[in-house]
Design a protein around this ligand. Structure first.
Ligand code: CMP
Length: 139
């Protein structure tokens, strides 16, 4: 099934010069960018994006980190893009991520974990709409 997912190269990976490596890996895996932006999230934009995690012990640190520097947000399209993207990302905690996944290769910790991906079809729709209007998506 042709799907779209939201992908974020997080501030740690942008600072390390890994935008090309990470997006290039997604392209090699058949995940084609159809929309892309570089931006720096404000605290309130980061809180809004991660609203589902509000109240969790890591929420404050997550918001602080995600607003600490620029990110690259993209919509990736491909067959089973949501699951495929999650597989290429690897587990949230790099210590538990499979070999050769983005997080195993590039993440430092569960918080500084290099990239984000939508975790299901409903989340993908909400997360894509958080950053892009339908006119922004090249389809
Ligand atoms: P992400 O895929 O962006 O979705 C939610 C984020 O919260 C996750 O990646 C991590 O960066 C962060 N996160 C999840 N669990 C923890 C944790 N136990 N400690 C710190 N950060 C976490």
């Amino acid at each position: 099934m042709l799907e779209r997912t939201l992908s974020i190269v997080k501030p740690d990976a942008v600072k390390k010069g890994l935008i090309g490596a990470i997006l290039g890996r997604f392209e090699k895996e058949g995940l084609r960018p159809v929309a892309m932006r570089m931006l720096r999230l404000s605290r309130s934009q980061a809180e809004g994006f991660y609203a589902v995690h509000r109240g969790k012990p890591f929420f404050e640190g997550l918001v602080e980190f995600m607003s600490s520097g620029p990110v690259v947000v993209s919509v990736l399209e491909g067959e089973n893009a949501i699951q495929r993207h999650r597989e290429v990302l690897g587990a949230t905690d790099p210590a538990k991520a499979a070999p050769n996944t983005i997080r195993k290769l590039y993440a430092e910790s569960v918080q500084h974990n290099a990239a984000h991906g939508s975790d299901g079809p409903d989340t993908a729709r909400t997360e894509i709409a958080y950053f892009f209007s339908s006119l922004d998506i090249a389809g």
